[in-house]
Design a protein around this ligand. Structure first.
Ligand code: NAD
Length: 198
């Protein structure tokens, strides 16, 4: 089922609190309690969950937490492990590599950089090894955290290696062919929206 980007953006939030409930050995949950926990509209939550869940929340019982987690993970395609690489092991690249808040099957496995001094040959490697690694390990997702001036060249290189999905943090709108999925994160744009949305 196709759902809106806004709904898609809410699903990881549901997942986060469902996983917290799972750790607390809570077996069932109603859409109303999920809505309350997140400060969302209960009708919205019911609609969202109806889009992704194969089971209904039974009246008086609610959803089975484990089943709902599985359904959302399956829907988001994060039920299988996904290895991601980072290009540019500077401040942001290293922060993303060390970030533990991605879904547990999504792992930032390796970073590549042009700067020999940054490479420890454990997690950070020279760019010269990029193509071989991507092909051998069938990597399809990459994060770009290089300076703006280097980003388009890095992007083209990634596509040439076989990368299909790019998450770009450099402040530039990268040009990619139609078959490549890209998200350009733009902190200035987000801040402009925030400051002007009163
Ligand atoms: P940084 O200078 O700390 O790191 C950049 C890294 O990219 C360096 O290790 C450098 O050696 C490497 N690099 C340069 N050219 C390369 C190339 N051609 N191929 C591979 N590696 C290359 O910078 P940063 O602060 O981590 O920021 C990285 C990017 O993210 C920038 O475009 C910046 O504007 C953007 N950004 C940074 C932040 C932040 O909080 N630091 C936030 C949002 C966006």
């Amino acid at each position: 089922m196709a759902i809106s980007v806004v709904t898609l953006g809410r699903l990881p939030k549901y997942l986060r609190i469902l996983k917290k409930m799972q750790l607390e050995n809570i077996n069932n949950v109603s859409s109303t309690s999920i809505a309350k926990e997140l400060g969302f509209n209960p009708i919205q939550v019911r609609k969202d969950l109806a889009c992704v869940s194969k089971t209904d929340g039974k009246p008086g019982v609610g959803f089975v937490v484990n089943d709902l987690i599985n359904d959302i993970e399956e829907f988001l395609n994060i039920n299988k492990s996904k290895d991601i690489i980072v290009i540019g092991a500077g401040r942001l690249g290293q922060a993303l590599m060390n970030y533990s808040g991605f879904e547990n099957k999504i792992r930032v496995v390796r970073a590549f950089d042009v700067d020999k001094k940054k490479c420890d040959n454990k997690k950070i490697f020279l760019m010269s090894g990029l193509k071989n690694y991507v092909k051998k390990n069938k990597i399809s997702v990459a994060i770009i955290t290089v300076p703006r001036e280097a980003a388009q060249v890095v992007c083209d290189k990634l596509i040439d290696c076989g990368i299909k999905v790019i998450w770009n943090f450099a402040p530039i709108n990268l040009k990619v062919p139609e078959n490549i999925r890209i998200k350009n994160e733009d902190l200035s744009a987000s801040l402009a929206i925030l400051l002007n949305s009163y």
